[in-house]
Design a protein around this ligand. Structure first.
Ligand code: NAD
Ligand code: USQ
Length: 394
């Protein structure tokens, strides 16, 4: 690295924010960490917990100081509070802000009206407050925002990196790539992308929107240094993501819960590559006024291929259960997403390997007594049941 940067990581108590903050700190940057602990609150609400025990934010920060000799400046507060956001940005004076701090589970956003409204309010308002804080403090701060591959959905054409050149009635323009997301959560990311592009175009802010695929894995070289530095690992049907869930189910002898036929294809990425992609994006900022989009995934697999890969890596017998799909999503579709920009900037991906899957099996064995098997079954339905008793009678 040529230059030490000041980088503020929002959502730094979460699954990805914590290991990324440590990775950036380990690379010599001055890192600030911010969170409101909403994620720990969803655990209480849903009656679940991370498979791996996690230390408090304070203890994590103190442990990192002991282990690495490096300080993390800490900010505890809510991005939906504009005064708090402005004070944190003005106080830390970052060169870059990495924004992970959103409600990120699609099933959580589909529980009911209140959870959909919460998700969109939390995510869209938090990001808007941040855009104002950047514009008012220093428009040259580079916003590195976590978006999602699910913003695009599964169109029947190749997925480009955020933008698409369109020719219509003989005229050509470069437009934002059309979006067809699959949940109110994924929609919140689309709304964010539009707001961020607008702020770049109108105020001259600089931003990188990282449309990330489904993340798998749990350890990074930094979190492995001390058990108090571990990041969370979710297995429940609301917050657990597909590959991590399948690894846990294999060890428990629980059938792998493939939704529908399993033909749905998703972009995937290893947690270690998430941290490296963020470092690359921060150290190679977008230009003033630029809304830059990278597809942050390294390979794509269907859900059925993921299930078969996990089953093949497990030394014992593994059953697969094809459940009625609780979601509304295409299970048989074309999928070809471009993801070359980060590799052109130096990313050397860790592709899914048996070694990584075996390390997850070992992790599950170590903590299997913490699992509530009932939390594994999907309970949130995308389809609405009509409720005649609630109809207004004239
Ligand atoms: P996470 O829920 O573990 O972490 C998010 C953190 O943000 C939590 O610690 C939470 O307390 C905090 N937060 C939420 N709302 C906040 C607010 N209003 N103010 C302050 N802090 C707030 O999620 P994660 O898995 O680490 O994901 C991080 C980001 O990456 C999310 O934006 C998510 O959409 C995106 N992403 C995740 C995945 C994945 O597979 N985990 C894949 C693609 C994209
Ligand atoms: N699935 C199963 N069985 C399971 C769990 C999931 O078949 O037990 C299927 C789902 O139906 C879906 C796919 O696996 O087709 C992915 O589901 P997921 O829960 O692993 O991921 P998703 O809901 O898409 O959300 C996760 C993160 C989210 C991020 C997104 C990236 O929670 O924050 O934005 O991955 S992406 O999918 O590219 O949009």
């Amino acid at each position: 690295m040529d230059e030490v940067m000041r980088i503020l990581v929002l959502g730094a108590d979460g699954y990805l924010g914590w290991p990324t903050a440590l990775y950036l700190s380990d690379h010599g940057h001055d890192v600030g960490v911010l969170d409101n602990f909403a994620r720990r609150g969803y655990d209480t609400e849903l009656g679940v917990r991370s498979l791996v025990p996690i230390a408090s934010f304070e203890e994590r920060i103190e442990t990192w100081r002991e282990v690495s000799g490096r300080q993390l400046a800490s900010y505890v507060g809510d991005l939906t509070d504009p005064q708090f956001v402005s004070a944190a940005v003005a106080g830390f004076r970052p060169d870059a802000i990495v924004h992970f701090a959103e409600q990120r589970a699609a099933p959580y956003s589909m529980i009911d009206r209140a959870h959909a409204v919460y998700t969109q309010t939390n995510n869209v308002v938090g990001t808007l407050n941040l855009l104002y804080a950047i514009a008012e403090t220093d428009p040259s701060i580079h916003l590195v925002k976590l978006g999602t591959m699910g913003e695009y959905g599964t169109p029947n054409i190749d997925i480009e990196e955020g933008w698409l050149e369109i020719t219509h009635n003989g005229r050509t323009d470069r437009m934002l790539y059309p979006k067809r997301p699959g949940s109110f959560y994924h929609l919140s990311k689309v709304h964010d992308s539009h707001n961020i592009e607008f702020a770049c175009r109108i105020w001259g802010l600089r931003a990188t929107d990282l449309n990330q695929g489904v993340v798998y894995g749990q350890q990074t070289p930094q979190t492995a240094l001390d058990p108090r530095l571990a990041t969370r690992f979710d297995y429940d049907a609301v917050f657990g993501t597909v590959l991590n869930r399948f690894a846990i189910q294999a060890v428990l002898g629980h059938p792998l819960t493939v939704y529908g036929t399993g033909g749905q294809t998703r972009g995937l990425i290893d947690i270690r590559d998430t941290a490296e992609c963020i470092r690359i994006a921060c150290e190679n900022p977008a230009g003033p006024g630029e809304f830059r989009v990278f597809n942050q995934m390294t390979q794509s697999l269907s859900v059925e291929q993921i299930a078969k890969t996990v089953a093949a890596a497990y030394p014992g017998a593994v059953e697969v259960d094809y459940l009625d799909n609780p979601r509304v999503e295409s299970e048989n579709h074309y999928y070809n997403a471009v993801h070359t920009s980060l590799e052109q900037l130096g990313l050397r991906p860790h592709l899914l390997s048996d070694t990584l899957i075996e390390s997850l099996f070992a992790l599950v064995e170590q903590h299997r007594d913490r699992i509530e098997p009932e939390a594994m079954r999907p309970a949130v339905q995308w389809r609405r049941q009509s409720n005649p008793s609630s109809a207004i009678v004239a």
